[in-house]
Design a binder for this molecule. Structure first.
Ligand SMILES: [Zn+2]
Length: 165
């Protein structure tokens, strides 16, 4: 199974870090807490979830657990978000950090994809069971986000910046 970039690695990227610290604007109404932090304590270990009404509280929880957890995501259950946008040579383009290992040599289906709900690049793979969908039947023919379980066919696809970093 390919290795997924971790939140610690992602936050080492100043552009992504600045973007994640900013409170995103919710445009979809709802009653349940919109923000969900997914936390994986150990590599290949189980994921746990914690829901938050306020973005600042979710971010603080993520920050406080960054050192001691293997991986995390600050997801939005209610709506998807576009990647950060940067201006390069006067052109605005999406900025999606990705690991060096995510090279052209890797099969396209095993490269990182921007998950609009997890608000970070993740791997979309095939599952017989998915931690985020316990109690549901998961079709093994669907590619799903490794963290939140959203189906690949349902998400908008964002192109990476021209130089890929
Ligand atoms: Zn996701």
């Amino acid at each position: 199974m390919p290795e997924q970039i971790t939140m610690r690695e992602l936050l080492a990227d100043p552009i992504y870090r600045r973007w994640l610290t900013k409170k995103p604007e919710l445009t979809t109404m709802g009653y349940s807490a919109p923000w969900r932090v997914y936390l994986q304590a150990e590599p290949r270990g189980p994921w746990i979830e914690e829901d938050f009404q306020k973005y600042s509280a979710a971010y603080t929880y993520l920050r406080d657990n960054l050192r001691t957890s293997h991986d995390l995501a600050l997801s939005c259950k209610r709506q998807g978000f576009k990647p950060p946008i940067v201006k390069r040579s006067g052109v605005r383009e999406y900025y999606i950090p990705r690991p060096l290992s995510d090279s052209d040599a890797v099969k396209p289906s095993h490269r990182h994809v921007w998950c609009p709900h997890c608000r970070r690049p993740t791997l979309f793979l095939w599952y017989k069971k998915h931690h985020a969908m316990s109690g549901y039947t998961v079709s093994p023919s669907d590619r799903r986000c490794r963290i939140c379980g959203v189906r690949y066919i349902f998400i908008p696809k964002y192109e990476r910046a021209s130089d890929g970093r």
